[in-house]
Design a protein around this ligand. Structure first.
Ligand code: SF4
Ligand code: SF4
Ligand code: SF4
Length: 300
């Protein structure tokens, strides 16, 4: 009998679940060791019995829970708390689960401001919203963090393989820059941060290590303050491979880091004027608005 697995998505877009499917051939070996007992995306499980007759949320007991998405409403909070009670190890999958992700950009406004700006009459027959969007570890204990929007299939495979062997798993505290092959000269080619509508300079016929660092070319790249891991077994981080700057989707390099402050320092250290970047608060916290990184500003 394999390890029992519960997989659940909360305030999520299903991109994390696609990353699970993207594990491809790795699954051939891994699946032999696992038994999925709950996965709403693929298995028809209802929370309150198949005909809604139950009064308690029904989540089966399991060895591992893999949960994607942040927590926006009361139902997601209850489901998460029940999963935590029933499962020995909880994996937070994807940046919504580890840091709030894109949904936590909403934390810049109160829930009343958001609901009133969308609905004339906010709906009453759906689960009530929490005051803000939460990462999983603000509600329950998380054992393993697999960040990324979406996460890299290799990281998911490595985390699950480690658990099968009875080990734990985490990404090292390194930055995207540490795994980036682009050329650095430690000074910017201009003093202002350019808009991405302007073209980067590179020769598509030449390899990545002959291209100048995107940040030093004056464009936004959050590589200095973003956790490495999206590179997998390839030669460069995912966005850098596509010759665009890192947007920060793997979240901070370490817990408690302040990417906004660190990024301003990184810009200044090569002579870029960070003050010229519009909406820095949202831009530099784009994937990490939980943990109180984003809050409504006091009214002026
Ligand atoms: S982390 Fe990204 S891919 Fe995963 S659920 Fe959130 S938005 Fe979707
Ligand atoms: S700032 Fe961006 S382009 Fe430059 S080294 Fe870091 S990750 Fe690579
Ligand atoms: S380069 Fe940055 S934004 Fe792109 S996948 Fe990697 S961590 Fe995410």
């Amino acid at each position: 009998m394999g390890l029992k697995v519960v997989e659940e998505f909360l305030n999520a877009c299903s991109g994390c679940e696609l990353s699970i499917l993207n594990m491809g051939e790795t699954w051939v070996d891994v699946l032999k060791e696992l038994e999925f007992v709950h996965m709403p995306l693929l298995i028809d499980n209802k929370y309150f019995g198949q005909t809604g007759e139950g009064t308690q949320i029904e989540i089966p007991e399991a060895d591992i829970a893999i949960v994607s998405g942040s927590v926006r409403n009361e139902e997601q909070k209850q489901v998460l708390e029940e999963i935590r009670k029933k499962c020995k190890i909880l994996i937070a999958l994807g940046t919504c689960a580890t840091n709030g992700g894109i949904p936590a950009l909403a934390n810049m406004w109160s829930k009343e401001e958001i609901l009133n700006s969308i609905y004339v009459n906010p709906p009453k027959d759906v689960p009530a919203w929490l005051d803000r969007v939460y990462a999983l570890d603000e509600i329950v204990k998380v054992d393993i963090y697999v960040p990324g929007c979406p996460p890299h299939a290799k990281n998911i495979a490595d985390a699950i393989t480690a658990l099968i062997k009875g080990e734990t798993w985490s990404l090292p505290e390194r930055s995207v820059c540490d795994s980036c092959p682009l050329k650095r000269e430690k000074k910017a080619s201009s003093g202002t941060v350019k808009r991405s509508l302007e073209n980067l300079e590179f020769d598509p016929e030449k390899p990545l290590d002959e291209m100048r660092c995107i940040m030093e070319q004056g464009f936004l790249c959050l590589g200095p303050v973003t956790k490495a891991g999206c590179r997998g077994d390839s030669d460069a981080p995912r966005c850098i491979r596509a010759r665009i700057g890192c947007r920060g989707c793997f979240g901070p390099i370490r817990k408690g880091a302040k990417p906004m402050v660190e990024m301003m320092t990184a810009w200044s250290s090569i002579g870029l004027n960070a003050q010229a970047v519009p909406d820095r608060r949202a831009l530099l916290n784009r994937f990490i608005g939980a943990h109180n990184n984003l809050r409504p500003l006091p009214k002026r």
